[in-house]
Design a protein around this ligand. Structure first.
Ligand code: PGD
Length: 775
């Protein structure tokens, strides 16, 4: 295999490549020759450097420029005024001075969640955190939108959260040892193209195909056939969305009532079995969690549940759940029930058996992680202790001073004066966008660094135009990638765009923290410095100049691992970090919190969305709102591959033929998807791969509210106008956006324009024209 041409090596979260650049823009993308299955997402980069949605120069919202900081009911609707860099730096420095010297760092929200771009130095979130720390700190956020529910639950059950998710049993081990893989939520191929920091070798789909070819049984538990297509899966049990916990408890019930569970494993490695067995058998609440009981809830035939449980007990079985299963109200329950099921089978810690979480949720899960550190920009010290669970941002802005629960603590929301965001798009990743927009308008000042006119940039007061990775040198690396990649700049910055580092350096110079922030290094000196620090761990690594000239260093992959193998081998020497040192099938700690929405052991809880009101009658379809196949989150939604995925110019919505026929809909129709929170437009795709009663729409279409329509109508099809902004439970307060109830109706009349497809000046000009808006 030949190496990546060194002068053009680069990488992205969705793959390494070398760009063809003509007249300052990308005209072709050549995937890394090391990549056996390059991602089609690379095509989104074509034309992305000089795209009309690039932000050419610093911009300030007219009202902020005129009136200064303060709540802004029209933030997001008002025009922007171009401002010179020197002026914007002075004004922003003045505003930072006002806030830091007045209400203080506890009034600055710098959580700034988001994936930004690959590259270890120009990592936007790392840069903003480092910068704010030099000023005195900021209110941070904890956990992720991806797996925030499990990140809080699993430390109570397995003694570790994110660490467990990073050390899943490896794909090669599964290939060799697994006989049956039960995939709750499937192993969706679309998500495997992407991993934070880059995937140079896309191998996961190959692993799945090899498992199927080897005759390993792969069973899909979920409402969408595409999450584990027929080519690789041997069986599809289409559970009703949101009922996985009931389904899993029933499998447990079959094992226990038929004496198929491993009592020695429970006695040796687990704590809290008695309470959970009492619950399973109905001794504590009068309801045995039998296959028949679960069948009425999840829609899967009781005999099929019983047969699957018996098969699981007869062979080496891996149970895996996608992150989307926990990205929901009461999302802790299926995850905990999955651990319980694996414990009853007694295979946790054995090669190819036990519990997995997130295979197929992100490209690098199941790939062995490097043990050493990666080149990383130090972020300094944040003295502010105040932090919020990441998905509670709108609550924080709307309810300063109010109390809330989180993981056994009673906390209070801070009062925020200034939000500083770099490298993320809250108007993509957050739920109930009409509510978020209202919350956003309460804040006195919002600052965003962005390369593009994303909805986040459009809802800011001060917008600093950022470069994209192809306009700067950087180092690409991820926790599992076998390459460290030299990311060579391929084009000059667009118009007046600056690196985040350059913008912060200029601000720091005015604010008197330049020495602390830059440590006297230029961006390129930082790259060399970070690389040298990384190289110092292993003298065999080439020096920086050789690395830069070669374009990459191969970082030997660690040997494939087995989750919790050490614990299984010797639980006394390798106890888990739980109170008992064992797997906690019920947790006295969680029980002691007294949360009805997360009791002390896995429990079936019916989602509130469809309880007790006439909501389920008015909105009879369950919408799966999951991550897209045609782009990473909302990034480059204007790109070629993403554009090609649109239907009727909007985000597609997939619907079962029976549901489509009932509404007189055909593929290609334009529809309105609605519930009480708002509505969005979408293009219909009739698809028998979905269960009846279920529709699917991806996140990531750029929020494009049609002016004058309340509470909100998104012309582009941003599904987060529909989702509920509630925590998964009082325990984890995780993102609960993965599904929601909706109705669909044909759109009649002319379709409203998608303002987000043009820079704000042009869309503002159109905002007065509401003639084509359906009431
Ligand atoms: P991105 O679209 O990746 O989304 O949410 P996230 O905010 O990470 O946003 C990154 C932004 O960074 C882009 O706008 C990009 O242009 C910008 N950017 C790139 N490079 C740079 C740079 O160098 N400097 C600066 N300043 N900016 C840069 C993702 C989040 O969404 C995640 S991780 C998940 S898993 C969630 N998934 C769901 C879901 O399944 N269902 C729902 N309903 N909602 C979700 N939201 C979550």
């Amino acid at each position: 295999m030949t190496a990546v041409p060194p002068s053009h090596s680069h990488t992205s979260h969705w793959g390494a490549f070398s760009p063809g650049i003509e007249r300052g823009d990308v005209t072709a993308v050549h995937p890394s020759p090391f990549d056996p299955a390059p991602s089609p997402l690379l095509a989104n980069l074509v034309g992305s450097l000089r795209h009309r949605l690039r932000i050419p120069r610093p911009m300030v919202r007219e009202g902020w420029l005129r009136d200064g900081p303060g709540p802004a009911p029209r933030r997001g609707d008002e025009p922007f005024v171009p401002v010179e860099w020197d002026e914007v730096i002075d004004r922003l420095a003045g505003e930072l001075r006002r806030v830091y010297s007045g209400p203080g760092p506890e009034a600055v929200f710098g959580g700034s969640y988001g994936w930004s771009s690959a590259g270890r130095f120009h990592h936007a979130q790392g840069q903003v955190h480092r910068f704010l720390n030099t000023l005195g700190g900021y209110v941070a956020s904890v956990n992720t939108y991806s797996a925030g529910t499990s990140e809080v639950l699993l430390p109570h059950v397995l003694g570790a959260g994110p660490e467990i998710l990073r050390s899943l049993t490896s794909w090669p081990v599964l290939l060799e040892h697994t006989e049956l893989m039960v995939c709750v939520g499937g192993v969706p191929a679309k998500n495997m193209a992407v991993a934070p920091g880059g995937v140079t070798e896309h191998t996961t789909e190959g692993h799945l195909a090899a498992m199927a070819a080897r005759g390993i049984e792969l069973v899909l538990i979920g409402p969408d056939r595409r999450d584990l297509p027929a080519e690789v899966s041997s069986e599809w049990l289409p559970v009703r969305p949101g009922t996985d916990a009931a389904f899993l408890l029933a499998l447990c019930h079959v094992l226990v009532t038929e004496g198929l569970h491993d009592e020695t494993f429970l006695a040796t490695y687990c704590a809290g079995s008695d309470e959970v067995l009492d619950h399973l058998l109905g001794r504590s609440d009068g309801t045995p969690k039998s296959a028949r009981w679960a069948s009425g809830l999840c829609g899967v035939d009781a005999d099929a549940i019983t047969a699957l449980a018996r098969r699981m007990a007869s062979r080496r079985t891996m149970i895996t759940l996608t992150f989307s299963v926990q990205r929901a109200e009461f999302g802790e329950q299926p995850v905990w029930a999955g651990v319980l099921l694996a414990a009853l089978l007694g295979q946790i810690g054995l090669p190819g058996g036990g519990f997995g979480h997130g295979y197929g949720s992100i490209g690098d899960n199941g790939h062995p992680a490097h043990t050493g550190t990666l080149p990383t920009l130090p972020q300094g010290h944040n003295p502010v202790r105040e932090r919020i669970p990441v998905a509670r941002i709108a609550d924080m802005l709307l309810h300063p001073g109010e109390e809330y629960d989180y993981n056994g603590e009673r906390r209070r929301y801070p009062d925020i004066e200034l939000v500083y965001w770099c490298g993320g798009n809250p108007f993509h990743h957050h739920q109930d966008l009409a509510r978020l927009r209202a919350a956003w308008r309460v804040v006195p000042t919002v600052v965003v660094h962005e390369p593009y006119w994303t909805p986040a940039a459009r809802h800011a007061d001060i917008v600093l135009p950022a470069t994209v990775t192809l306009e700067r040198d950087d180092i690409g690396a991820s926790r599992t990638d076998p390459f460290l990649t030299a990311m060579h700049a391929g084009a000059p910055p667009y118009e007046q765009a600056r690196d985040d580092y350059a913008a912060f350096s200029a601000l720091a110079a005015v604010l008197g923290t330049e020495k602390e922030y830059t440590e006297g290094r230029s961006a390129h000196e930082w790259l060399r410095h970070l690389y040298d620090g990384w190289r110092a761990h292993d003298g065999a690594r080439p020096d920086f100049d050789t690395f830069w000239a070669d374009g990459h260093v191969r970082v030997p992959a660690p040997s494939p691992g087995v989750l919790l193998a050490d614990f299984r081998r010797d639980p006394a020497a390798h106890p888990l970090a739980t109170p008992s040192g064992r797997i906690e099938l019920s947790s006295a700690v969680v029980a002691s919190f007294g949360y009805a929405d997360c009791p002390g052991h896995p429990t079936w809880l019916e989602p509130l969305e469809w309880q007790g009101s006439d909501r389920a009658r008015r909105y009879p379809l369950v919408l799966l709102a999951n991550n897209p196949a045609a782009r990473l989150h909302s990034q480059l939604d204007f790109g070629q591959h993403s554009r090609e995925s649109k239907v009727a110019g909007r985000e597609p919505i997939r619907i079962h033929p029976d549901d489509a026929a009932r509404r007189g809909l055909r593929t290609g129709d334009l529809v309105r998807v609605l519930n009480d929170r708002g509505a969005c437009l979408a293009g219909v795709v009739v698809d028998a791969d979905l269960s009846p009663g279920v529709v699917q729409m991806s996140t990531g279409a750029w929020f494009s509210p049609v002016p004058g329509v309340e509470p909100v109508l998104c012309a582009a099809g941003n599904v987060n106008v529909l989702t509920r902004d509630v925590g998964s439970s009082r325990l984890s307060q995780g993102c609960a956006g993965s599904r929601v109830l909706v109705e669909i109706e044909r759109w009649r009349g002319p379709a409203p324009a998608i303002d987000a497809e043009s820079p704000p000046d042009r869309s503002a000009a159109r905002a007065g024209d509401r003639s084509n808006v359906q009431a």
